[in-house]
Design a protein around this ligand. Structure first.
Ligand code: HGY
Ligand code: MN
Ligand code: MN
Length: 416
């Protein structure tokens, strides 16, 4: 197929090279990708992404949150831009595709515009966002929430990591400037396109290379703090203990049952739990854990949230105190029907098979969907695996998504 279709080997090879290069920026080599926001690995990935943007002839800029933009100027002065991209942070010991696949797709669509001499009326911007995962700063989706003003500049600046380091301190530590402009007015964004790996088994099992996302589940995260009394593991009689870890364990063990009972695809996960003082011969006096709760319908998100909070609070008593803090709440979101149709037409015109799909994972697209027209594509995940070193997707599928976004972006930017 012609270069215009972006379908040639060199596109696939460039994609493969970018993914491999970005995947190298990890603090856990050989044990998956760990690239926390504003870490040394962030800085390495950032420099790489900015270098590629420059090489592709894009105007490179970072905002006051550390999000990176590569802009292809439009002919209409001050026109809203079409953003294409995703995040470049990772979960601890994750994979190389969750986030970077979408960042690389944005870079390659912009390159195709340049390569084919296209001039957009509405500017095209490739974007690489920070802290979607919440691997360092609680809650996640931080780059998109800050950019769109869902959290204020002050709330952003006061956000701290588990060591009490603020976002602003961490930014400065790697040479970023938090005083740069950050918040984007919603009128300044015409559309947002995001490619992401499916992180599930459906596309691979059905042998379909492209999913057109219809909706993204609602999700909420609560932090539960269980307080008891420290004591000597050997001398404190069992009946006199207020063991925070035993109390926390009873809550954690019952959460999956609550999700199963509610059904409708409700899921509940405790992925982060810290025990204090964490001594082998000390009765724990404090346990802090997060519960990640999700469902496709808002009433189910609210339902599991209420059940989980009630369960946690029921553990109080006999020297045990419970504190529950809501850290994030995002309603289920639907993608723009206008953009979904455009993506469907584009993939059809290219002869690329696709199917509608909902997302059980959260994405920056769910934040943008309250402010602009949003479209999302999925590509198959091998074995349906993600958030683990085994995560892998085929660069040829990323190339297919680039082709589809290239066609859709030409329409959205009214390029000629
Ligand atoms: O948690 C999620 O769904 C996403 O990977 N941040
Ligand atoms: Mn992701
Ligand atoms: Mn993820």
């Amino acid at each position: 197929m012609s270069e215009k279709m972006g379908y040639t080997d060199d596109l696939r090879q460039r994609i493969e090279r970018h993914i491999e290069a970005i995947g190298e920026f990890t603090s856990t080599p050989g044990q998956g990708t760990t690239r926390l926001t504003y870490s040394e690995q962030d800085l390495q990935a950032r420099e790489y992404i900015k270098r590629v943007m420059t090489e592709y002839g894009l105007e490179v800029r970072e905002d006051g949150f550390g999000n990176i933009f590569g802009r292809l100027e439009g002919t209409i002065e001050g026109a809203p831009r079409v953003l294409i991209g995703s995040h470049f942070d990772s979960v601890p010991n994750g994979g190389s595709y969750d986030g970077p696949a979408g960042v690389v797709a944005g870079l390659e669509v912009a390159r195709l515009f340049r390569e084919n001499g296209l001039t957009p009326k509405y500017p095209l911007e490739a974007v690489a966002m920070i802290e979607e995962e919440g691997g360092r700063f609680i809650g996640g989706l931080l780059g998109s929430r800050a950019m769109l003003g869902v959290i204020s500049q002050e709330e952003f600046a006061q956000t701290i990591d588990k060591d009490g380091i603020t976002t602003v301190e961490a930014m400065r530590a790697i040479g970023l400037d938090p005083s740069l402009p950050g918040k984007r007015e919603k009128e300044s964004i015409k559309a947002f396109l995001e490619l992401h790996i499916e992180q599930g088994p459906i596309l691979e099992e059905e042998g379909i290379p492209i999913g057109i996302v219809q909706a993204i589940v609602g999700l909420t995260q609560i932090q539960v703090t269980v307080r008891g009394s420290a004591g000597h593991a050997g001398t404190m009689p069992m009946e006199r203990r207020a063991d925070a870890l035993v109390a926390a364990s009873k809550i954690v063990a019952q959460l999956p049952e609550l999700a199963k009972e509610q059904g409708n695809g409700t899921v509940a996960t405790v992925g982060r739990l810290n025990v204090f003082p964490n001594g082998a011969n000390v009765i724990p006096d404090r346990v802090v854990f997060t519960a990640d709760l999700r469902a496709g319908r808002e009433e189910d998100v609210l339902g599991i949230l209420d059940k989980a909070e009630t369960l946690a609070r029921s553990a109080a008593g006999d020297g045990i105190e419970i504190d529950v803090e809501r850290q994030l709440y995002i309603k289920p979101k639907r993608m723009s029907s206008q953009v979904r149709d455009l993506l469907e037409q584009s993939s059809g015109a290219l002869g690329i098979e696709s199917r509608p799909l909902n997302s059980g994972a959260g994405h920056d697209a769910m934040i943008f969907s309250d402010f602009t027209e949003v479209g999302m594509l999925f590509i198959p995940s091998r074995g349906g695996l993600s958030h683990c070193p085994e995560e892998w997707s085929d660069p040829a599928d990323i190339a297919r998504a680039v082709d589809i976004f290239y066609e859709a972006a030409k329409t959205l930017t009214e390029a000629e």
